[in-house]
Every structure is written in C-alpha cells, then in structure tokens.
Ligand binder design. Structure first.
Ligand code: NAP
Length: 292
C-alpha cells in the first residue's frame, strides 16, 4: 500500500539565507560606519577531523558574509587552565566581538570552566550560564545557535506555542536543554525525555511539538508521532539521516523538518547574526539600525 505524504516541509534553507543576507548587509554597514568589520574568534583544541571541518566551515561562512575571523588552534595537550587563559585573552581583546569555542574540547578539559571564560557580551554561540539563563527567562541575550535556529524556524512557519505540549527528546547543554527552556519561555508546556525516561514512546505520542535531539538515526518512529504534530528533527547522523524516521513521520505530522536542509542551515545563520549583533553593540552602534 502506498502512503500519502501529508506533512508540509519546514525548509530551513530559505529562512537561513535571508538571515545570512541581512547579517552580511549589517556587517558591511558596521564596517562602513566604524572602519572595523565584525570579528569572530574561533578556538579549537586538538585536531579532531569533524571539529576541524566545522570550524573551517564556520570561518568560510563568516568570510562570505563580511565577518572577519581569527583562529586560535591549541594542541590536544592543552590544559583547562591554558584554555581558560586563551579564552580570557579573547574576552578582553577589543578587536574580537564574538568567541566560539568548538565543542568537544577534549575529555580532560573542564568545558564548563572554559565556556565561562567567554565574556557574556561575546558569547555569540550562546553557551555560557549567563546566556542559558537569559534565554530561559525570555530575556535579551544570545541563544545557543541550534535552539535559536529552531525557535526562528517555528516562528517562520507560524507555529503557535502557547498551551501546546512540546516534547524534547534529549537534554544536552547545547541543544535539548536550552530549546526546552526557550519553548517554555514561549508558553508551551514542556516535557523533557532522555536516556533514563520510562516509556518514552507514550510521551512522544502526546507531543503537539516534537523536538528530536538524540543523535541516533531514525530513533523516533513515525507511528509514535501524534497526528498533526509539528516535528523538528535536530539530529544529524552519518549518511544525512535524522533522529526521526522521516518517511513514516511525514505521513502523520502537519509540519516536519527535512534532514539535511531543516535545522542545520539555521544554526550557522544564527551564529552569524549574533556575531553581527555583538559587534554592533561593542562598537557603539544601535544593533537594530543599519538595514531596513
Ligand atoms: P548529546 O550531547 O549526545 O545528547 C544526546 C541526548 O540524547 C542526551 O540528553 C541523551 O540522554 C539522549 N539520549 C541518548 N540516547 C537516548 C535514548 N536511547 N533514549 C532517550 N534519550 C536518549 O547530543 P547533542 O549534542 O545534543 O546532539 C544531538 C543530535 O543533534 C546529534 O545528532 C547531533 O549531530 C545533532 N546536532 C545538530 C546540530 C545542527 O546544527 N543541526 C547541532 C548540534 C547537534 P542523557 O542525557 O540521559 O544521556
């Protein structure tokens, strides 16, 4: 029997392109007004191939948008104290407007200590406790980029949050936990699931809005998607496979993100936008001005 696909795709490429174009226009305006382009510092410990690729890609996207970047590459033997010193120096450097510490920094590193060395006004990747708290309370601040991108995507597709049951599968510091708090700040009723959750499928079945942030290919079965649910698949597994079984889930969902082309492009767009915002503020410009 052939199944009819019913879900509308939540394309992230179009909204992300618009955010990047606007960020590039604002970066050019900042350069014109101040003679200084926005500058993102990237910090990488070790030479893990995936991390090297991510950092290279982020720097290339910055360059294309007129955002300067400065790279600090540290050996895998770097200690927490040395990493904290390097990040602290960037926090104090007026030529750097945003700091991105690539995660994971290594098993021997106290990552929380390293992230906390990022000055809150330069935390454009949104990973400090300050940023987490600000976004949790619905206050101005920098979002962790993937959760920020998810919230933008939900807004782009006019998804009502108020009173709806959002189920977030995953509770990592960079993704599951902050996106749940942002949904809560948007007046959704939020349930978190994780590796110790009992009867996860029965909770998933109650989700009006389902966010999958697990890191396991096709972990969420289509048959557990509530009819009409909005499905956000943040997972990105080898072979371009998400955390949701897309083909079966799309027959029940009303809206669903594709993998790739859904959440992924929004993440980098939010990073560029937040870097430009940080630079505008630090250079004394009105962050809301510059581009119509
Ligand atoms: P992570 O740090 O490994 O966290 C995974 C979460 O999933 C944890 O909270 C874990 O629970 C939970 N989990 C693992 N196995 C589970 C199970 N059997 N049942 C229920 N929960 C389970 O991963 P992450 O960094 O959040 O990333 C998650 C996914 O998103 C990955 O595929 C990653 O590639 C993708 N991602 C995409 C982007 C993007 O830009 N598109 C950005 C970041 C991450 P516990 O807490 O109990 O261990």
């Amino acid at each position: 029997m052939t199944q009819t696909s019913t879900a509308r795709l939540m394309d992230g490429t179009g909204p992300a392109r618009r955010i990047v174009e606007r960020s590039a226009a604002r970066a050019a305006w900042i350069s014109r007004e101040t003679g200084t382009p926005p500058c993102l510092a990237t910090v990488l410990v070790g030479d893990d191939p995936a991390s090297v690729t991510y950092v290279r890609m982020k720097r290339a996207r910055c360059e294309k948008a007129g955002i300067a970047s400065r790279h600090v590459g540290l050996p895998a033997t770097t200690t927490t104290a040395e990493l904290v010193d390097a990040v602290t120096a960037l926090s104090r450097d007026p030529g750097v407007h945003g700091i991105l510490l690539q995660h994971p920094a290594g098993p021997h590193i106290d990552e929380r200590a390293a992230f906390e060395a990022i000055a809150p006004h330069k935390d454009v990747d949104g990973l400090t406790l300050h940023s987490f708290a600000a976004k949790s309370f619905g206050l101005p601040g920098f979002a962790s980029c993937t959760p920020g991108g998810i919230m933008r995507l939900l807004a782009e597709y006019d998804v009502e949050l108020t009173g709806r049951h959002a189920v977030v599968v995953g509770r990592s510091a960079i993704l599951g936990r902050p996106v749940g708090m942002m949904l809560l700040a948007g007046d959704a009723t939020v349930t978190y699931c994780h590796s110790r959750t009992a009867d996860l499928a029965s909770i998933v079945r109650q989700a009006d809005i389902l966010v999958a942030a697990v890191g396991r290919p096709r972990f969420i079965r289509g048959e557990d998607v509530k009819p009409g649910a909005v499905v956000i698949d943040a997972g990105y597994n080898p072979g371009n496979v998400g955390d949701v079984d897309f083909e079966t889930a799309r027959t029940r969902a009303s809206l669903i993100t594709p993998v790739p082309g859904g959440v992924g492009p929004m993440t980098i767009a939010v990073l560029l936008e937040q870097t430009v915002d940080a630079a505008a503020r630090q250079l004394g410009l009105d962050p809301g001005a510059g581009v119509g």
